[in-house]
Design a protein around this ligand. Structure first.
Ligand code: IPM
Ligand code: MG
Length: 364
């Protein structure tokens, strides 16, 4: 089969990890007989430098013309001035909104080879296999108004959290669909003891639950959820939550997998499993790590696993996706580690070598 992919490497370590993701994608193409047409574009700080905008209309159009988007990371100290008119992150938000990628899937799975390699007790994290469904185009991130202003008593600023029932319904449905294909347990995370938007969220979740009698729905307050994730992470199967809560909880949850460098994500424009393959954007959950850029140090596994998610959700290539996940597992079993997941007695490798090792293990 033939697929068109927009590749937006972005800033910092983005280009390095994306190169390895593409290397593994090409290995899949060779072994399984698929062809991937790559269309490169700029987003984030590099786009600001080139065009004055974090995402140009041309790049957005190019993405729309493809079957999926692979993104590296955006941001860096060069573009950090809070007073600047445009920030690299604006490019990412414009992609999410412009491509209507409302459903952000962030799986957190602990590879058995890494169970001893984290700050947490092995018995607590062994067997963790959960997935977050984060709402991605609403809430505080896209608040209206979103501004700072001066008053006679000093400066003020606002971003308020707004959700419509339609926005809640479609994201909660993604949670139920995923839960149906997995452990049949969905935790809906909110702050319904304080926020009106969360009370609506909870009501809509209960209404949607009617259509999924086979899935058990539980509501959990976001603060309690933050605690539970560390205390007893194997408790969770699928979690669904609004944009900002999901942003924070997924960084927390990444520590269960040993490093941010291990976590991939899919941002989808539809409910997976409904209709045909869904358009999506795939990216590591980590940032651009400017201090590590250009040193051949960064862990490319998040980008490589993001490619696997692309094969699974946008192209319906399940066997191919599994071949990548197995290759990652095997390379870790053999003791290869980038600096962020390094532990005593293991073999330290750089970004490129990790990519080569994984690409070499992809089997058709
Ligand atoms: C993420 C990131 C982004 C977000 C930033 C870079 C805007 O932290 O994808 O989790 O907050 O959504
Ligand atoms: Mg984040």
């Amino acid at each position: 089969m033939r697929f068109g992919i927009a590749v937006l490497p972005g800033d910092g370590i983005g280009p390095e990890v994306t190169t390895e993701g593409i290397k593994v994608l090409q290995a899949v193409g060779d072994r399984f007989g698929h062809h991937f047409d790559l269309h490169y574009g700029v987003v984030g700080g590099v786009a600001i430098d080139e065009t004055g905008e974090a995402l140009s209309p041309d790049t957005l159009r190019m993405c729309r013309g493809c079957d999926a988007v692979l993104l590296g990371a955006v941001g860096g100290p060069k573009w950090d001035d809070p007073k600047a008119d445009v920030h690299p992150e604006d490019g990412l938000l414009a992609l999410r909104k412009g491509l209507e990628l409302f459903a952000n899937l962030r799986p957190v799975k602990v590879f058995s080879a890494l169970v001893d390699g984290t700050n947490l007790k092995p018995e607590v994290i062994k067997g963790v296999d959960l997935i977050f469904v984060r709402e991605l185009t609403g809430g505080l991130y896209f608040a209206r108004p979103k501004k700072q202003w001066r008053t006679s008593k000093g400066r003020r600023a606002t971003d308020s959290m707004t959700y419509s029932e339609q926005e809640i319904e479609r994201i909660v449905r993604v949670g139920f669909e995923l839960a149906r294909g997995r452990g049949k347990r969905l935790v809906s995370v909110d702050k319904a003891n304080v926020l009106q938007s969360s009370r609506l969220w909870r009501q809509v979740a209960v209404e949607v639950a009617d259509k999924y009698p086979d899935v058990e729905l539980e509501h959990m307050l976001v603060d309690a959820c933050a605690m539970r994730l560390i205390q007893n992470p194997t408790y969770f199967d699928v979690l669904v939550t609004e944009n900002m809560f999901g942003d924070i909880l997924t960084d927390e949850a990444s520590m269960l997998a040993g490093s941010m460098g291990m976590l991939s994500s899919a941002s989808l424009a539809g409910v997976p499993g409904e209709g045909t393959d869904t358009f999506g954007m795939y990216e590591p959950i980590h940032g651009s790590a400017p201090r590590r850029a250009g040193l051949d140090m960064a862990n490319p596994i998040a980008s490589i696993l993001s490619v696997a998610m692309m094969l699974r959700y946008s192209f319906g290539l399940i066997k191919e996706a599994q071949s990548i996940e197995c290759a990652v597992d095997e390379v870790l079993q053999r003791g290869y580690r980038t600096y962020d997941i390094m532990s005593e007695g293991k073999t330290k490798v750089g970004t490129k070598e990790m990519g080569d090792l994984i690409a070499g293990k992809v089997e058709g």
